[in-house]
Design a protein around this ligand. Structure first.
Ligand code: NI
Ligand code: MN
Length: 231
């Protein structure tokens, strides 16, 4: 399975011929390379409604006729904002759904979730989540914008991720030291820092994360926007 990092929290996994985008904030994302803003995505999976995760979902869905999987409340908002009802998959924390040959599960995350609309202001968008994507015997875990919480151990035990994408930027999410603990608890074969460097307030340093992981015997890989990795 090939996974591309597009900056901030956006990743696209190529699974058979299906492009699965988790939190594909591309247009408006200062760290997304210019030429990748219109990357094809067949299935968009959203961890929560904040603009730096879900803020480009409407445009991408329109552009590529993508299906969107999200929590019930967020999916309801997206429907009101014009997404075709047949293109929405309503989910919630703890649930799994088989979509386009890929199993998507939403896990708990400790954060908040709201969605900014043009006409109705900022709306409550349900629980924030992490996302597990399974296909072809491989498992991706994307932690969303979570704080450190002990059930990350349960997520690790249950899903045994091959790769875990963990926020390290601090201020809105875990910082480096908490993300190292999360990495240890999750037991993923490899961990990748996300949600850093996009804005100056996200001061957690991905190289510091990698060094601290390696001290604990955890393999970490720092991806630059546009980079691919294979799992
Ligand atoms: Ni957020
Ligand atoms: Mn965020």
């Amino acid at each position: 399975m090939k996974i591309r990092f597009l900056g901030h929290s956006a990743i696209i996994a190529s699974i058979n011929k299906v492009e699965v985008g988790i939190d594909p904030w591309l247009k408006g994302n200062p760290s997304c390379p210019e030429g990748l803003v219109d990357s094809r995505i067949d299935l968009i999976v959203l961890t929560h409604g904040h603009a730096d995760h879900a803020g480009d979902a409407l445009r991408i869905a329109k552009l590529h006729n993508s299906t969107i999987a999200a929590t019930y409340e967020l999916a309801c908002i997206l429907k009101d904002e014009g997404v075709e009802p047949s293109k929405l998959i309503y989910m919630n924390t703890g649930g799994s759904s088989e979509l386009l040959g890929v199993t998507v599960s939403l896990t708990p995350a400790l954060h908040s979730s709201s969605f900014d609309t043009a006409s109705k202001g900022t709306l409550y968008a349900g629980q924030p989540c992490g996302v597990v994507v399974k296909a072809g015997g491989k498992t991706i875990f994307h932690a969303g914008d979570t704080a450190l919480f002990s059930d990350l151990k349960v997520i690790g035990e249950k899903h045994k991720p091959d790769v875990a994408f963990l926020p390290v930027g601090d201020q809105f999410t875990m910082g480096v030291d908490d993300a190292v603990i999360a990495a240890k608890w999750l037991g993923a074969k490899i961990v990748v820092p996300i949600h850093h460097s996009t804005f100056s307030v996200l001061h957690g340093d991905p190289r510091d994360f990698k060094a601290k992981c390696e001290k604990q015997g955890i393999t970490a890989k720092v991806l630059s926007p546009g980079d691919f990795m294979e799992i």
